[in-house]
Design a protein around this ligand. Structure first.
Ligand code: MG
Length: 108
């Protein structure tokens, strides 16, 4: 008898939002949307810096490459935090992009 193939545990948008909710909701809710938006924008600024450091005309170090990935993660984590305290289900919101006929052409 053979064992079924193992599938890797996929990280889902809903699972990530729940993880952020479980870990941080009490603190995030107490801070509120305005303060959390400031943290989010700070991370967007860090991502901008990391993108510049990793521009094609430069020769980024391994640490700079690693930092770029971390800043993408930070921005996504803080965006997810905002969704939690604003009462938005991200997986549901993203159906805007996944369901046929909802978004065509540019993103806005
Ligand atoms: Mg950061």
């Amino acid at each position: 008898m053979s064992t079924p193939p193992q599938t890797p545990t996929a990280l889902t948008v809903a699972g990530f939002q729940q993880l952020i909710r479980d870990r941080y909701l009490a603190t995030d809710a107490a801070r509120g949307v305005p303060g959390t938006f400031m943290w989010f924008m700070e991370e967007v600024g860090e991502l901008a810096t990391a993108l510049q450091e990793n521009a094609p005309e430069r020769t980024p170090t391994d640490a700079q490459r690693a930092n770029l990935a971390e800043e993408f993660a930070d921005v996504l984590a803080w965006l997810t935090t905002l969704a939690n305290i604003a009462g938005v289900d991200l997986a549901d919101a993203l159906t805007k992009y996944t369901e046929e006929g909802k978004v065509e052409g540019v993103k806005h």
